[in-house]
Design a protein around this ligand. Structure first.
Ligand code: NAD
Length: 479
């Protein structure tokens, strides 16, 4: 079985104590790789390497253009290894291969986008009447720690790591323990691309009392960017506060998908399926609460149910597979399956779906659940949507906002004014109108409430990964 190590100081290394963890393919339910399992000593070693590379190495000093070139070289190597990268995520979490390939494309874009964005960025000048000249500089902060979840292993890792690097920081990335392989491959490619030692470090391991918590406790860390569960975000926020380390938190969601009766039904059904069944609903942005206006409820549900039942479930490695036959791990399957029990349904009924084979849950639609049912209140993070009928626009917005989360919402309507009204009133970091999942990497990305703290993307990532400095100069008025 192939071994995947940590990447520390420009080398692939085992854990200091030799510890390893098995990497389970959730489709076969068998181990398919062996992974170095890091603890505090490995995390500290990685932070020390990043610290040294930042304080004395060439990366923060080489300038934007040279960093941009190295990052594009990395992106070129990712293109060459795209099949290997995609298959790694498919084996690690049973993601259908076509979706994993799409994630690799997005990951490569993350590298190229942030390399170019930093290179093209401008700073501000502040004309002063007093005979002084003031301007701002965006300076790298130092060592950034990135901790990522398992649902988009390479895509979310690169989303956090690449802006930090582009702005001249050094990084320690801890990928999720369930999906480690694509990270090590990326680390190997960064070495091949010529990244100086210590610039991109990758430590594998678990979260609590392991590599993850050690990284968040380390006082030599200057920024922590975390994507994962809201509960974990609260723990990390508390730990980071002890060192006054700024955190960016991208957390859970319970996205509302509102279909008005004037919507283009073909389009709405298409996106409603994508919104909850893509990646088997293991998506923070999932449209897991579906609100459909009364006039079209029955017709919409008939078409939606048929579309859900038509999804091709098969071997995730087969390009014909549209829907994953297994959730990402046994632990996660157990959690999602628990939501299909009577107590969580709270009186709701399963219109279609339910448990599949192995660790699988089929595309599941629930109706008639009361607003306080657990399936409506809690993030299930699986292929389970709960459909509710509404009558008025005000009612739809109120239902959508009745959540502790606020990551995203979707609105389907052909009424322009209604679309803008709803977009303004919905409590969410992103509102999609007549679409879903489309992103511009310059736009703010993040959530309100329990969905997170801060924004990433474009200038928002710049603000997190840099320290803005004001420089004020006196200009002699006599020449
Ligand atoms: P998780 O919080 O269990 O783990 C995420 C990462 O944090 C893993 O690498 C884990 O090892 C690490 N970790 C866990 N406890 C830690 C601790 N005490 N200290 C340091 N690190 C720790 O989340 P998950 O189950 O991997 O991911 C699913 C969650 O992520 C869902 O809630 C989903 O909504 C959320 N998510 C959010 C976004 C977003 O952009 N807002 C994107 C994807 C996923």
């Amino acid at each position: 079985m192939q071994f995947y190590g940590h990447i520390i100081n420009g080398e692939e290394v085992p854990s200091l104590d030799g510890a390893t963890m098995p990497d389970i393919d959730p489709y076969t339910r068998e181990p398919w790789a062996t992974i170095a399992c890091g603890g505090k000593a490995d995390a500290d070693r990685a932070v020390a390497a990043a610290r040294e590379a930042f304080d004395h190495g060439p990366w923060p000093r080489m300038g934007f253009e040279k960093r941009q070139q190295l990052m594009h070289r990395l992106a070129d190597l990712m293109e060459e290894h795209r099949d290997e990268l995609a298959m790694a995520d498919t084996r690690d979490m049973a993601k259908p291969i076509t979706q994993a390939q799409h994630d690799v494309t997005r990951s490569i874009l993350n590298v190229r986008f942030f390399a170019d964005h930093a290179r093209q960025s401008t700073s501000d000048t502040y004309p002063m009447d007093s005979g002084h000249h003031a301007y701002s500089r965006w300076e790298p902060v130092g060592v950034a720690v990135a901790i990522s979840p398992w649902n988009f292993p390479l895509m979310l890792g690169t989303w956090k790591v690449m802006p930090a690097l582009a702005w001249g920081n050094t990084v320690v990335w801890k990928p999720a323990e369930d999906t480690p392989v694509s990270a090590t491959i990326l680390g190997r490619l960064a070495i091949e691309a010529g990244f100086p030692p210590g610039v991109l470090n990758i430590v594998h391991g678990y979260g609590p009392d392991s590599a993850g918590s050690a990284l968040t406790e380390n006082p030599d860390v200057d920024r922590i960017t975390f994507t994962g569960e809201s509960g974990t975000g609260k723990i990390i926020s508390g730990v980071a506060a002890r060192n006054l380390t700024p955190v960016s938190l991208e957390l859970g969601g319970k996205g509302a998908n509102i279909i008005f009766d004037d919507a283009d039904l073909d389009n709405a059904v298409h996106w409603a399926v994508e919104a909850i069944f893509r990646n088997a609903g293991q998506v923070c942005l999932a449209g897991s609460r579906l609100y459909v206006q009364s006039g079209i409820f029955d017709e919409f549900m008939t078409r939606y149910k048929a579309a859900a039942e038509a999804l091709v479930i098969g071997d995730p490695k087969d390009p014909a597979t549209q829907f994953s036959p297994a959730l990402a791990s046994e632990e996660h399957f157990t959690k999602v399956a628990g939501y299909l029990g009577t107590e969580s349904l709270g009186g709701g009924r399963i219109l279609t779906g339910g448990l599949g084979e192995g660790w699988g849950v089929r595309p599941t639609i629930i109706t008639d659940a009361p607003a306080d049912a657990r399936v409506i209140k809690e993030e299930i993070f699986g292929p389970v949507t709960v459909a509710t009928r509404f009558d008025t626009e005000a009612e739809a917005v109120a239902l959508a906002n009745d959540t502790r989360y606020g990551l995203n919402a979707m609105v389907f309507t052909e009424n322009l004014s209604r679309a803008h009204r709803a977009a303004a009133r919905l409590k969410a970091g992103t509102v999609w109108v007549n679409c879903f999942f489309i992103r511009d990497l310059r736009a703010p990305f993040g959530g309100v409430g329990d969905s997170g703290v801060g924004r990433e993307g474009g200038n928002f990532s710049r603000e997190f990964f840099t320290e803005p400095k004001a420089v004020v100069m006196q200009i002699d008025q006599e020449g």
